[in-house]
Write a protein that binds this ligand. Structure first.
Ligand code: BEZ
Length: 210
């Protein structure tokens, strides 16, 4: 079963490099990023885990918990993490799920048989504090993900959860935003007393609310 935007992220218990976790309980009131790797001891995955470990303070700042997964065992992850620390200059500082029976991979539809029938694709799920899926992205095994983009999307998700705005193409935190299409000019006057620029009646731009 595929997991779609707006669905409650399926709950599970799993063995991880930081002990057994019950996913929803582990998330608590935080946002979460669950991301899969095809396999341990592989080059692209090694660079991805190292990069996520380096920018973990950026996830912490946004109240986001990060958790990785591959179809290898926790024992294998633990051995591989030695290599990651050695080659990427940082220890892996978030839990990695061992999923040799593919229980979590199947629950989240992370195995795409026409790409590879045993290994996970590179999935990313961003989950909100309400446990609902806010973003899902899928990359093939051969392409490492851009985790700065994941942070950028989280900035947008958190902003648009708080204010009735949307973010335009290539938006970065601090850039101008767009008034949501469902907001009438009348309501916008109350919501955004500082005003906005009407480029077209459906394209109303204003500085990012803080
Ligand atoms: C990699 O991480 O480099 C990788 C993993 C599985 C298949 C192909 C590449």
């Amino acid at each position: 079963m595929s997991v779609r935007l707006g669905d409650v992220a399926p709950d599970f218990t799993a063995h991880t490099t930081q002990g057994e976790i019950s996913f929803h309980e582990w998330l608590g009131d935080s946002w979460g990023v669950l991301f899969s790797h095809p396999k341990d001891f592989t080059p692209v995955c090694t660079t991805e885990l190292g990069y996520v470990a380096k920018i973990k303070p950026e996830f912490d700042k946004r109240n986001v918990k990060v958790i990785g997964l591959s179809v290898d065992s926790v024992e294998s992850h633990e051995k591989w993490e030695g290599d990651i620390g050695e080659t990427q200059g940082t220890p892996v500082n978030f839990p990695m799920i061992g999923d040799p029976d593919r229980a979590v991979s199947n629950l989240y539809d992370m195995i795409h048989p026409n790409a590879n029938d045993t290994l996970t694709v590179r999935s990313v799920f961003v989950i909100g504090p309400d446990k609902k899926v806010k973003l899902s992205i899928t990359y093939p095994a051969s392409t490492g993900r851009n985790f700065d983009e994941v942070l950028r999307v989280i900035d947008s998700l958190q902003l648009t959860a708080k204010f009735k705005v949307a973010t335009p193409a290539n938006w970065q935190y601090g850039n101008d935003v767009i008034i949501g299409g469902a907001v009438s000019d009348e309501e916008a006057k109350t919501l955004f007393p500082g005003g906005w620029k009407t480029v077209k009646p459906y394209l109303r731009v204003l500085p990012q609310p803080k």
